[in-house]
Design a protein around this ligand. Structure first.
Ligand code: SAM
Ligand code: DTB
Ligand code: SF4
Length: 359
């Protein structure tokens, strides 16, 4: 289906981000209407999987799965009230507020992640927005992790443009900042900030020349139209994000969303498939919720075009499948951990193009 096959309401979003760097033309496709995306979500599952896998193989080497390891470098005590998050100070989840981790501890964790096969290391902080002195400290962490030969990613909350530039100068490759859901459902989930605040930070990240990692959460009580609305927001960013994490809500006791209806696994797979179809060159990451998912559903997610996972025994504060289980799962499915650096990834893509593996 073409992006505008069902012409109707454009996403009720704020204006798309402006383009500030050179990107491949295919990354500029769109706009996608919410209706067109909802029509994709409603396709017979086998047709949707076939379409997503076809798009996937046109753009990516089959079997290549990126392994990204997360570390919570500043845990808990967050002043925001995101209804899904165990790190919000106002929810009684048992997560204690901690200080920013020391450089040597972070380097040890990053080295261990690299030794286990990860290629990307993502540092998360439970901040609403970092102060300039926080940016200085995190910059030192980024420089050290990059020095190990890992791709660097950080998720620190809202950024101003000079802060994004400082992180870029420190060697940051990716910034994770999720839109989480459709704009019209956002106020049901968080009230301490607005959707436009998220878009503004994404704009600052993009303008600084940092690659964008932006996705959302499925299973927060949202309607199918909100899932379509989230994907429309992401796919209509100009350009769309290089990484798209799709999280299944981890229902943490003490959070307002703890009693949300569990998401139907096939509906989760559908969201992955539609992310793949609408953002063909993005790394679509099968993110939080894998511990609750089972191997067969994860395999369907890979079939639907997911080509990245969080790899390591912990997400930020909740659990993730252990490394051994993931190594075994990838082996059983005939998938390979992706073992290249940023530059090598570019070469790999160019090679794949020359072999006709991708467009
Ligand atoms: N404080 C920063 C922020 O909000 O951008 C960075 C950390 S925050 C924990 C990063 C992302 O984790 C959120 O945007 C959300 O998508 C995801 N997340 C948090 N809690 C989750 C949960 N219980 N289940 C699934 N995803 C979750
Ligand atoms: C993302 O989209 N998911 C990750 C990462 N980006 C930072 C976080 C998942 C958090 C799950 C709950 C927790 O452990 O805090
Ligand atoms: Fe804070 Fe981020 Fe959690 Fe929201 S998601 S409460 S901003 S750590």
């Amino acid at each position: 289906m073409s992006p505008t096959a069902t012409p109707s309401a454009t996403p009720s979003a704020s204006q798309p981000l402006q383009l500030h760097r050179r990107v491949a033309p295919a990354a500029l496709q769109g706009p996608w209407t919410v209706d067109a995306i909802q029509a994709l979500l409603e396709k017979p599952l086998m047709d949707l999987l076939f379409e997503a896998q076809t798009v996937h193989r046109q753009h990516w080497p089959a079997g290549d799965i990126e392994l990204a390891t997360l570390l919570s470098v500043k845990t808990g005590g967050c002043p925001e009230n995101c209804g899904y998050c165990p790190q919000a100070a106002e929810f009684d989840t048992g997560v204690k507020a901690e200080k920013l981790m020391k450089l040597d501890e972070v380097v040890r964790a990053a080295q261990a992640a690299k030794d286990a096969g990860a290629t990307r290391f993502c540092m998360g902080a439970a901040w609403r927005a970092p102060k300039d002195r926080d940016i200085e400290k995190v910059s030192a962490l980024i420089g050290a992790v990059k020095g190990l030969g890992l791709q660097t990613c950080a998720t620190l909350g809202m950024l101003e443009s000079h802060q994004a530039q400082a992180l870029k100068d420190a060697g940051l490759d990716y910034y994770n900042h999720n839109l989480d859901t459709a704009p019209e459902y956002y106020t049901d989930v968080v009230s301490t900030r607005a959707y436009q605040d998220r878009l503004d930070t994404l704009q600052h990240v993009r303008s600084a020349g940092i690659s964008v990692c932006c996705g959302g959460i499925v299973g927060m009580g949202e309607a199918p139209v909100h899932r379509a609305g989230l994907i429309a927001q992401l796919a209509n960013l100009q350009p769309y994000p290089e990484s798209v994490p799709i999280n299944s809500l981890v229902r943490v006791p003490g959070t307002p969303l703890a009693d949300s209806e569990p998401v139907d696994p096939f509906d989760f797979v559908r969201v992955i498939a539609v992310a793949r179809i609408t953002m063909p060159k993005a790394r679509v990451r099968l993110s939080a919720g894998r511990q609750q998912m089972g191997e067969a559903v994860q395999a369907l997610c890979f079939m639907a075009g997911a080509n990245s996972i969080f790899y390591g025994d912990k997400l930020l504060v909740t659990g993730n499948p252990d490394v051994q289980a993931d190594v075994q799962l990838l082996a059983k499915l005939g998938l390979n951990g992706h073992r290249t650096t940023t530059t090598e990834a570019d070469d790999l893509h160019a090679h794949a193009q020359s072999q006709g593996v991708c467009a």
